[in-house]
Design a protein around this ligand. Structure first.
Ligand code: ADP
Ligand code: MG
Length: 177
């Protein structure tokens, strides 16, 4: 018996199509892994299943109960709250978490310490930060806030921030001595 039935789920963020016609079943006692590169949509899929994100199309059933009844354009029409509550009680989610500053975008997260603690030149810091973000495959996300990034992307920003601060302190040390 299928405890989870996902059919033709679609989800886009603006122009970025993150989930394209995803369908699969999970049967009683089955353990499955969803694998894919960072930013490919794994968490978005889990968030849709947990009602934390609204899909643009497709259906989701938990233990035979419909989570979504249909669509009003791209907006899902969820089942009544009693059914949704029953579904919620049967499903859980473990979050990935990184301690980025939630109110700052990626660039600000990375440049805060070099600018305000190490008091480095702003133009130079921004240029070096852009180059590092580019090397780490994050140049498109410069203006994104942590909540708009995948877990893996947040992890890379955390690594970039630590690395950048270290490199900048090294530079300060070398130029002073
Ligand atoms: N709330 C959001 N707003 C805009 N883009 C988002 C949002 N959440 C995720 N994304 C983007 O959707 C893509 C998939 O993210 P995600 O599902 O978290 O990936 P992962 O497979 O690493 O778990 C990424 O490019 C991410 O930046
Ligand atoms: Mg993820």
């Amino acid at each position: 018996m299928a405890v989870l039935e996902v059919k033709n789920v679609n989800k886009s963020f603006g122009k970025t199509k993150v989930l394209s016609d995803i369908s699969f079943d999970v049967n009683v006692g089955e353990v499955i892994a969803i694998i894919g590169p960072s930013g490919s949509g794994k968490s978005t899929l889990l968030r849709c299943i947990n009602q934390l994100e609204k899909p643009d199309g497709g259906t989701i059933k938990v233990c035979g109960k419909d989570m979504i009844k249909g669509y009003d354009g791209k907006k899902p029409l969820y089942n009544d709250s009693r059914i949704l509550r029953e579904i919620r009680l049967k499903i859980g989610l473990v979050f990935q978490n990184f301690n980025l500053f939630p109110h700052m975008n990626v660039m600000a997260n990375i440049t805060e310490a070099p600018l305000y603690v190490l008091k480095q030149n702003k133009a130079e810091v921004l240029k070096a930060a852009k180059s590092l973000l580019d090397k780490m495959g994050l140049s498109e996300k410069e203006k994104a806030y942590p909540c708009e990034l995948s877990g893996g992307q947040q992890q890379r920003v955390s690594i970039a921030r630590a690395l950048f601060c270290f490199l900048m302190s090294l530079l300060v040390h070398l130029t002073r001595n």
